[in-house]
Design a protein around this ligand. Structure first.
Ligand code: PEP
Ligand code: MG
Length: 752
C-alpha cells in the first residue's frame, strides 16, 4: 500500500525537516501530483508553519507560516475537514501556495492530519489547473492522513523535546505519562537501551579504560559463534547458504568495521557509541547505492553491529555499576532489567511503552517501586546519568529538577517513608471502621516476594494467588510436583486461614512463552477457564497439585477465572471432584475445598443470581470487569485515559453484585486493583463487601482509611456516589471525602 512507504519515512529517526522533505518528494512521486507541502501546527504561536514543500526546495523552517483565519488553507484547520479547490485563483480567499507555485498549480486538495481532536498538520496536494482532483486521490489522501496521525504527532513531539534540550541542555524538563505503580522517589537515571534499535544508543564519551579490550574480547566471541554457525549451516545445506557467515567474518575484521571502531575508541568515544557511529556510517554509504545488493549489505552491517553489541551487553552487565539510587530508564522496561539491579538500589522506573499490567509493572508493585510509563518519545539517552524525580502519583517525571523542586520532593519522599513507618503501628490492629464494622483485608500474591510482604504488612490471608506467575517465568509447564511445592508454600504461610488459589489464568496479555497461539482479539479469546477446560489435562494436573498441597492445613479455596457460563462452572466442578477422588484414593487425607468464581465478565455479572447457587464464594476481578464493561483494553496505552474502575457504570454493577450475593448469604470479595485503592475504600465498605484483596504494599493505607471512617459515613458515600453520572465527579467526590477526613495523604504524598 502506497501510504505505508510514506508513513515509514515519517517514522525515520532523523530531524523532522529532513524527514518531511523526503516525505513531500516521495508523496509527489507516489500520488502522481505536482506539488506537496506540509504545514505543522505551532501551538504556542497558533499558526501553521510551512515545514517542507516541493515548491520551496531550500526552505528554512519557520520562514513561512499561515494563520488559520487568513489563508485559504486555514479552512482545513477550522473545519477539521479536507478542502478541494478546482481553481485557486477563483477561491474566496488567498493562499500562500498561489505565490509559491507562481499561480501555475491551481487545483488544490488540502487535508488535515488530526490527532486527539486537534489538527496537528495540514498537507496540501497541488496539481496544474487543467488536472482534476479525482475521487481516488481524495480517498488516498484521507487514508494517508489518518495513518499519519500517530507517527507524525510522535515525530513533532520528539522534535519539540530535542529543540528544548538543544536550546537549554541544563534546564529542568518534565514529561508526563501514566502511573504503573504509585509513589514518589528521586535518584540518578540509568538508561538501558534496546540494542536491536541501534539509533537509540546515545553518543557518549568513554566510560572506562578497558573499552578497547572489551571490544576485542567481544569480537573474538562473535567470531567464534559465526564460525560455529558457518559449520552448522555448511553441514545442513552446503556451502552457498553459508557464505553469508563468511561475509560477516570478513566484515568484522575489515578496516571499515574493526579499525574504524578502534579509532573512535582511541578518540575517547564510548564503545557502544563508536559501534553505532561506524555501523550507521557504513549503512548510509550502502543505502545511497541504488542496487538491492548494497541494500542487503547495509542490513548485514546492522546485524553484525547488533551481534557485537549483544555480546558486549552481557559482558558489561556483569560489571554494571548501578547507582545506590538508581532510576531505571528504558524505552520498554522488562522484568529481567528490574531483576538485574542489585538489591536495594532500585528507586524508581520510567518507560515509554508498557502498561500497569505488564510483567514489569507486576514486579514493580511487588517491590513497591514507583513506576511511570507511557511517556511519549522518552529521550532515554538524554536522561541517562541525570538527576530525576519520579512522581508516580500524578505520572510525571522531572529531569534536572530545580533546587526548589528538589527540596519540595525531598520533603514529600521523607513524608512518605515516615507515613509507611507510622502505618506499621496499625499492622496488628483490627481491620474495622470506627464503629466496629469489620472487613477482611487480604493480599494478592504472585511472586514469593509478595508472600513475605503479605506477612509484614499484616494481611489476614491470601485473597488471590495468581498461579500463572510461576508458569510465566519458566520455559515449560511446571510439573505437578513443582506446582505442589509452590502451592504448599502459599497455603502454609496462613495455615489457619482460608487461602484462595486461582486456576491458571493465561491468555490475552498474560502469555506463556512455551504455549501461545496468535489470536486476532486475545482479550476476547482463549484465556482463563476457557483454555483450561479445553486442556483438561492441564486443569486436572493443577487441581491435583493444589489438593495435595492442602494436606494438613485443609485451607484451600479454588477460584475459577473468566467464568462466562453456568456450564463452565459445572464442568470445572466436575473435574475438581474427579481430581479430588483420585488424590484421596492415592492416600491423601484432605477435605474437598471450597470453590469460588471470579466475576470479571459482564455475562457472569448479569447472571450472578444463577451462578451463586453453584459456588461457595464470589470474588470480583474489577480489572477485567472494567475492561469488558468499558470495552477498553486494560493494557493499551492509547486508551488508558478511558480505563477507570471508578466509572459510574462499574460502580452500579459492583453494587448489584454485592446486593445479590448478600441476599443469597454468599461471601463476596473484590480482588482487582480497585480493592487496593484507598480512594475507593469507603465506597466498597459502604456496598457491603466481606473482604478486599490487594497488593500488600497498599494494604496498610486501606486499613488506615477503614479505621478512620464510620460505617455510617461509608453508607453515605455510597448513597451519594450512586447518584453521580461521570467518572470525574466520582473522583472529585471521593478525593474530597478523604481530604475532609484528614486522609488525603493516602492518595497523594504530602497532603494532610
Ligand atoms: C482482575 O481481573 O481484576 C483480576 C484480579 O485478575 P487479573 O488482574 O489477574 O486479570
Ligand atoms: Mg482478571
Amino acid at each position: 500500500m502506497f501510504w505505508q512507504a510514506l508513513v515509514k519515512i515519517i517514522e525515520l529517526k532523523q530531524d523532522l525537516d529532513v524527514v518531511l522533505s523526503m516525505f513531500v518528494k516521495d508523496t509527489c512521486k507516489l500520488l502522481n501530483i505536482d506539488a506537496c507541502s506540509v504545514f505543522i501546527l505551532d501551538d504556542t504561536e497558533h499558526v501553521y508553519t510551512l515545514s517542507a514543500s516541493t515548491l520551496v526546495p531550500t526552505l528554512k523552517s519557520g520562514m513561512i507560516y499561515i494563520s488559520a483565519r487568513d489563508d485559504l488553507l486555514g479552512k482545513v484547520a477550522l473545519r477539521e475537514e479536507a478542502l478541494v479547490v478546482a481553481d485557486m485563483s477563483k477561491a474566496p480567499s488567498y493562499s500562500v501556495l498561489q505565490t509559491l507555485s507562481r499561480n501555475k498549480l491551481q487545483s488544490l486538495l488540502a487535508a488535515p492530519v488530526v490527532h486527539k481532536g486537534e489538527v496537528i498538520a495540514i498537507i496540501a496536494f497541488q496539481l496544474s489547473d487543467k488536472d482534476k482532483i479525482t475521487e481516488n486521490l481524495q480517498t488516498d489522501v484521507a487514508t494517508l492522513c489518518a495513518n499519519l496521525s500517530l507517527p507524525l504527532n510522535r515525530a513533532i513531539h520528539i522534535e519539540d523535546i530535542s529543540e528544548q534540550i538543544e536550546d537549554q541542555p541544563q534546564s529542568p524538563l518534565f514529561f508526563d505519562g501514566i502511573s504503573a505503580n504509585e509513589g514518589v522517589q528521586k535518584g540518578v537515571a540509568v538508561g538501558r537501551y534496546n540494542i536491536t534499535d541501534i539509533e537509540e544508543i546515545p553518543d557518549k564519551l568513554t566510560q572506562s579504560e578497558d573499552e578497547e579490550n572489551l571490544f576485542i574480547a567481544a569480537v573474538k566471541e562473535v567470531k567464534a559463534s559465526l564460525k560455529e554457525m558457518l559449520q552448522r549451516i555448511n553441514l545442513l545445506v552446503g556451502n552457498s547458504e553459508a557464505s553469508l557467515f563468511e561475509a560477516y567474518l570478513q566484515m568484522i575484521d575489515s578496516s571499515r568495521f574493526y579499525d574504524a571502531i578502534i579509532h573512535y575508541i582511541r578518540q575517547g568515544i564510548w564503545l557502544q557509541s563508536a559501534i553505532k557511529r561506524v555501523v550507521l556510517e557504513q549503512v548510509a554509504i550502502f543505502e545511497q547505492m541504488d542496487e538491492t545488493y548494497f541494500a542487503e549489505r547495509a542490513s548485514d552491517i546492522r546485524d553484525l553491529g547488533k551481534r557485537v553489541l549483544l555480546v558486549l551487553e552481557n559482558k558489561i552487565l556483569k560489571k554494571s555499576h548501578y547507582a545506590v539510587d538508581t532510576v531505571l530508564v528504558a524505552s520498554e522496561v522488562t522484568a529481567s532489567m528490574i531483576a538485574e539491579v542489585p538489591k536495594g538500589r532500585l528507586k524508581a522506573i520510567i518507560s515509554e511503552h508498557g502498561s500497569s499490567y505488564s510483567h514489569a509493572a507486576i514486579l514493580a508493585k511487588a517491590l513497591s517501586i514507583p513506576f511511570v510509563t507511557g511517556i511519549k518519545a522518552l529521550p532515554v539517552s538524554f536522561i541517562d546519568g541525570k538527576e530525576v524525580i519520579v512522581d508516580a502519583y500524578v505520572g510525571r517525571i522531572y529531569i534536572q529538577p530545580t533546587k526548589g523542586l528538589k527540596t519540595a520532593y525531598e520533603r514529600l519522599i521523607k513524608h512518605e517513608s515516615q507515613k509507611a513507618v507510622e502505618l506499621q503501628a496499625i499492622k496488628d490492629l483490627p481491620s474495622e471502621t470506627l464503629d466496629g464494622h469489620a472487613i477482611e483485608l487480604k493480599a494478592n500474591v504472585g511472586l514469593i516476594a509478595d508472600l513475605d510482604r503479605a506477612v509484614t504488612q499484616g494481611a489476614e490471608s491470601v485473597g488471590l494467588y495468581r498461579s500463572e506467575i510461576p508458569f510465566m517465568i519458566r520455559e515449560r509447564f511446571p510439573s505437578e510436583d513443582e506446582q505442589r511445592i509452590i502451592y504448599q508454600q502459599i497455603l502454609s504461610t496462613f495455615p489457619n486461614k482460608p487461602v484462595v488459589l486461582r486456576i491458571l489464568d493465561v491468555g490475552a496479555d498474560k502469555t506463556l512463552p512455551y504455549f501461545y497461539e496468535e489470536e486476532q482479539n486475545p482479550a476476547l479469546g482463549w484465556r482463563g477457564i476457557r483454555m483450561m477446560l479445553d486442556q483438561s489435562n492441564l486443569f486436572l494436573m493443577q487441581i491435583r497439585a493444589m489438593l495435595k498441597a492442602s494436606l494438613h492445613h485443609n485451607n484451600l479455596r479454588i477460584l475459577l477465572p473468566m467464568i462466562t457460563t453456568i456450564e463452565e462452572v459445572k464442568e470445572a466442578k466436575k473435574l475438581i471432584r474427579q481430581a479430588y477422588k483420585e488424590v484421596v484414593e492415592e492416600g491423601f487425607d484432605i477435605e474437598l475445598p471450597a470453590i469460588g468464581v471470579m466475576i470479571e465478565v459482564p455475562a457472569a455479572a448479569i447472571l450472578i443470581d444463577r451462578i451463586i447457587g453453584l459456588v461457595d464464594f464470589v470474588s470480583i476481578g474489577s480489572n477485567d470487569l472494567a475492561q469488558y464493561i468499558l470495552a477498553v483494553d486494560r493494557t493499551n496505552e492509547k486508551v488508558a485515559s478511558l480505563y477507570d474502575q471508578l466509572h459510574p457504570a462499574i460502580i452500579r454493577v459492583l453494587y448489584h453484585l454485592v446486593k445479590t450475593t448478600k441476599k443469597h448469604n454468599t461471601e463476596i470479595s473484590l480482588c482487582g486493583e480497585l480493592g487496593g485503592n484507598p480512594l475507593a475504600t469507603a465506597l466498597l465498605v459502604g456496598m457491603g463487601f466481606d473482604s478486599l484483596s490487594m497488593n500488600a504494599a497498599v494494604l496498610l493505607k486501606v486499613k488506615h482509611v477503614l479505621r478512620n471512617v464510620s460505617y455510617k459515613q461509608c453508607r453515605n458515600v455510597l448513597k451519594h456516589v450512586l447518584k453521580l453520572a461521570t467518572t470525574e465527579e466520582v473522583h472529585t467526590y471521593l478525593e474530597n471525602f478523604l481530604v475532609e477526613n484528614d486522609l488525603g495523604g493516602l492518595i497523594r504524598a504530602g497532603i494532610n
